[in-house]
Design a protein around this ligand. Sequence first.
Ligand code: NAD
Ligand code: UDP
Length: 317
Amino acid sequence: MKKILVTGGAGFIGSHLCTRLLDEGHYVICLDNYFTGSKTNVFHLLDNPNFELLEHDIITPCCMDKQVDEIYNLACPASPIHYQYDPIKTVKTSVMGAINVLDLARKTGAKVLQASTSEVYGDPIVHPQNEAYWGNVNPIGRRSCYDEGKRCAETLFMDYYREKKVKIKIIRIFNTYGPRMLPNDGRVVSNFIIQALQGREITIYGDGSQTRSFQYVDDLIEGMVRMMNSGNEFVGPVNIGNPVEFTIKELAEKIIRLIDSPSKIVYKPLPSDDPKQRKPDISLAKSRLNWEPQIDLDEGLLRVIDYLKKQPIFTLS
Ligand code: NAD
Ligand code: UDP
């Protein structure tokens, strides 16, 4: 049994990761400040004697008295409306959070995995994106608190690896969806599904020709755990995402069809610096982790539709 710290463990992805690690028989410490996560997300784990919930803000040092074997660093708001709500705090969470988990890893000898993001590629000119691409990020735009914060966190991980011999792992996560994503966080999958379920207008930003590649959360968790369990010499970064690319218009049409919704599409202004295209090259994950996604978009969307239908916004009305 390993003792594993998951920062941001009460969030969407973190709660799935905690569940998986407990199922594997490990002891899990779930750290969160509940900014975008909640106890509801881990309610099903609270009775497990191997589960410990810790309210803490990762911008200050934590757990220096605890011996942990592994750390997954997920603490950071991920949706544009949440990370832009307090952009200075977002930078602090990424940068100071990275320093704090790296110092803890250094002290304990733990392996530490950073949940980085496809946003380090910004509005990419290279397509699909492979890990050798340095990206195209606007350093002074609305998205940069997140993009540059995550880029700096990668820098810190690599410097602690080179200078202080900390055992690190970096994964770059592409757009992920699944149960427990917040219905109101403005992300495209939840927005479109809720609009379609309510028969309201589906809001496409821009002309809908921008692309994204959507990964179901179970596929991500598998990739994440495989990366953590891979040999210490493989530090990444490695892309973890579904390489099947859709335009946002195609996504809207698919959701309307799956729900058989009367909703009509409307077009709204495109937010600044919105990436025009995004699709991971996953050759590295395939060869080093023997990993590739298993759940296609139709199947994954049907699961999320089923989940969102049961949320209070629908059941209370
Ligand atoms: P989420 O917002 O549901 O989860 C983030 C969690 O971190 C929340 O529980 C939140 O309360 C917590 N948190 C935020 N700031 C904190 C702080 N200062 N101290 C302690 N806890 C803090 O988002 P998610 O989608 O589950 O994302 C998890 C991680 O994966 C994030 O680091 C995100 O950048 C990364 N990621 C997610 C996606 C995606 O598509 N969901 C894509 C790329 C990267
Ligand atoms: N988007 C949209 N309508 C919405 C929400 C998002 O057209 O109601 C677009 C958004 O402009 C972007 C894409 O969908 O081009 C993905 O947005 P999301 O916020 O989910 O993720 P990210 O931009 O971080 O990839």
